[in-house]
Design a protein around this ligand. Structure first.
Ligand SMILES: Cc1cc2nc3c(=O)[nH]c(=O)nc-3n(C[C@H](O)[C@H](O)[C@H](O)COP(=O)(O)O)c2cc1C
Length: 485
């Protein structure tokens, strides 16, 4: 657990996982070119200390990029050595039965107290408010323009806080934010995301929405903004669970929301849902293509605050693999146990980075009945953000889905295209440029499992070739005498 982003920077430096760059580098395109080369080589986190803004001035703030850009750094950012540790903790939590007898309750008391300590805590002062930029002026921040055809500079690691007007439940979503002026930004919450659902509710009651965007703080916080939690679950509470300590929250200066007290920057503002939408984009996106300009709400900034020694975190998305590959992989591992509570037949799942999370899901199942692979395809298309999955491949439980060579072998060997390919249609990711209409298109499911005789159009199915165990053991015992490596 890290209290702040600066703590994480110091930690990465102590592990020789961070390089400070003092050479002047422009916020426009140059940060991207360096970060892109480094991430593609699995290189270190980068702290740019001399960032040149659009007006030619040196930024007051350093820019941190690629902090999540390796599997090890991703784990450290979440306070563990291996992300699988979190998956195991979640599995344990899911197994916990509510206490039934009085004695049972007493025994469970320490666990319950521990859970209570993960709740957010409101504090009266926060380092995120040490300095107030008055009047609010976004041009003071080193906000990069990432790719040549981008519509403008973009905040790419901003966590957007809103509150549901009916239930009062808070949401934190990691959405890109395009800077349109000193105190105006476009809010790119896509139609399926919780921020957008809140927006629709405020539109119905014709009331402005309070919004707070925070950057930095404990790196766990930024991750939780990207996590596909159920709508009614507060990401700040989930962050508390991950860091094993409740997040300290402080009241905003101009809007009725709270933000993590140790964040580096906070941008407060309001969106009036009766105002016309503004053009957002294009933006060089994580599909590796530009997402086209579209209409999104305008946020008017009412306050900007920051820590005295603030670090501006940023990431670039683009042709994969990029830093978000590790964020997405963490989600795949952390959410697998939760998916398995509803679909215990799922043994493992892989969303290859080249598939940009939503284009391809490969799932291994313990097949139990005819048509089981098809049932799982439909299940994926109906589960949370997996609903965006364009291509769902289902293989048997003994295929290692993390090994694409093994998947290709079994999938193609077991495939009769006419029998095993299912076309469907439904919701697609808002970024999918190939679907014939916005956010709606076709899907393909491929059944790569061994077919059972009671499945339609199947003959006798052969076994996979495997050597006898006794022969393997005998050859093991004489291997060293054979003069082979
Ligand atoms: C680097 C990065 C940038 C993202 N940008 C956006 C974005 O601009 N708009 C969006 O709707 N989702 C974006 N996402 C995905 C959301 O963060 C993710 O779907 C999250 O679960 C949304 O939270 P919500 O369900 O609370 O809305 C981004 C994810 C990452 C890792």
């Amino acid at each position: 657990m890290f209290r702040s982003l600066i703590d994480f920077v110091k930690f990465l430096e102590s592990k020789k996982q961070l390089v400070r760059i003092s050479e002047p580098v422009r916020a426009e395109l140059e940060l991207t070119e360096i970060a892109d080369r480094v991430v593609k080589n699995q290189g270190p986190a980068l702290l740019f200390e001399n960032v040149i803004q659009k007006d030619g001035q040196k930024s007051k703030f350093p820019v941190l990029m690629n902090m999540y850009g390796s599997w090890q750094r991703m784990a450290w950012a979440l306070g563990v050595d291996n992300v699988e540790e979190i998956a195991r903790q979640i599995e344990e939590l899911l197994k916990t039965q509510p206490p039934s007898t009085f004695l049972d309750k007493l025994k469970k008391l320490p666990e319950l107290i521990q859970l209570a300590s993960f709740l957010p805590k409101e504090v009266s002062r926060g380092s995120c408010q040490e300095v107030v930029i008055n009047p609010p002026d976004l041009s003071c921040l080193p906000i990069p323009k990432c790719w040549p055809q981008d519509g403008g500079p973009y905040i790419t690691l901003g966590n957007v806080i809103t509150r549901d007007p009916e239930s009062g439940v808070r949401n934190v979503g990691l959405y890109r934010i395009q800077v349109l002026g000193k105190d105006k930004v476009a809010m790119h919450w896509q139609i399926h995301k919780v921020g957008s659902k809140h927006y629709q509710k405020y539109k119905e009651i014709k009331k402005p929405i309070d919004v707070a965007i925070f950057l930095g703080g404990d790196p766990v916080l930024t991750y939780t903004g990207s996590a596909p939690l159920p709508d009614a679950m507060d990401e700040i509470l989930f962050a508390g669970f991950l860091r094993k300590k409740g997040v300290e929250m402080v009241k905003c200066k101009t809007v009725n929301l709270e933000v993590p007290a140790d964040a580096d920057f906070v941008i407060e503002g309001t969106i009036d849902p009766t105002e016309p939408l503004v053009k957002e984009g294009p933006f060089g996106d994580h599909t590796g293509y530009y997402s086209l300009a579209d209409d999104y709400p305008l946020l008017r900034v009412t306050a900007i605050t920051h820590r005295k020694e603030a670090i501006f975190p940023s990431t670039i998305v683009g042709p994969p693999p990029m830093e978000d590959a590790f964020i997405g992989k963490a989600t795949e591992r952390i959410f697998l146990p939760l998916i398995r509570t509803t679909f215990p037949e799922i043994v493992d799942m892989h969303l290859p980075v080249e598939g940009a999370f939503h284009n391809l899901a490969i799932v291994a199942i313990k097949k139990q009945y005819p048509g089981h692979a098809r049932k799982i395809m439909h299940s994926l298309w109906g589960t949370g953000q997996l609903m965006f999955t364009k291509c769902a491949i289902v293989v048997d439980h003994d295929v290692d889905v993390q090994n694409l060579k093994e998947v290709t072998w079994h999938l193609l060997a077991n495939l009769d295209p006419k029998r095993d390919i299912l076309f469907s249609e439904g919701t697609t990711d808002a970024l999918d440029h190939a679907s014939p209409t916005f956010a709606y298109g076709s899907k393909i499911g491929i059944d790569g499992t061994r077919k059972w005789k009671d499945e339609p159009g199947c003959r006798e199915w052969p076994d996979v070739i495997q050597m006898n165990l006794e022969v393997k053991q005998r050859i093991d015992s004489i291997w060293s005498k054979l003069g082979l490596k």
